[in-house]
Design a protein around this ligand. Sequence first.
Ligand SMILES: C[S@@+](CC[C@H](N)C(=O)[O-])C[C@H]1O[C@@H](n2cnc3c(N)ncnc32)[C@H](O)[C@@H]1O
Length: 225
Amino acid sequence: MKFTHKLSKIFGPDGWHSLAAGLRRMAYPLGWRQFMEPIDREGLEKLRAKLYTPGERLLPAKYLNVEEWMKTSTKRIRDLRVLDLGCGTGYVLHIAKCLGHDVLGLDVAGEPVFDGTIALLKIPRINAAIYAFQPLPDLGAPFDLITAHMTCFNRRADGSHWGVEEWEYFMKDAESRLTPTGRMQFDLNVLPDGRHMTDELRAFFIAHGARIERRRVFLPPRSQK
Ligand SMILES: C[S@@+](CC[C@H](N)C(=O)[O-])C[C@H]1O[C@@H](n2cnc3c(N)ncnc32)[C@H](O)[C@@H]1O
């Protein structure tokens, strides 16, 4: 790489993001060897014997230098900005952080276990409550992924659960916090009748293009809606 190109990478418009991502990767090194372990070694050697050309730098044969490409690929799966709503202990965000993602939690402060684990794991958290028909607070730059697991914020004061109207408001607001390719996924707590959502709410999520796996709702990327 030419020196001027290197300088433009550091001081160019993307330089700061690139530097921040590099620092995050250094703080949470992710070893590539663990990703080699599940690979069928015999199968790989057969493939290499047939198609690998040592020293190849252009043609697809270069990808059979698997160790090198595992190192590159561990960097490539990183650097998403992830928001977890009602993050509780922060364990999900801890794992995302260890994988090199830029994470933020949102939860009400005051539960000693959650406050303790969040501090222990050094998870940045916005202390705030989610209320029906009220926007989320300022959460900074847009997110690639917004999650909520075992949600409790969708309970009304009388103990009943949010209906379509509350979800519609919440999802519209949350969606405005996504990057154009960002997406959301929710894991809903159980209702008193054993279901995780009413038929009406299920139909609402499906109308928004969601894939539903029992309690889990995966919405399509914002740009595909
Ligand atoms: C059952 S816990 C799940 C925690 C975590 N998401 C998990 O799956 O391990 C529910 C979480 O939602 C939070 N919560 C409850 N009501 C909330 C509200 N109105 N706004 C934001 N968070 C809320 C609680 O403090 C708690 O951390």
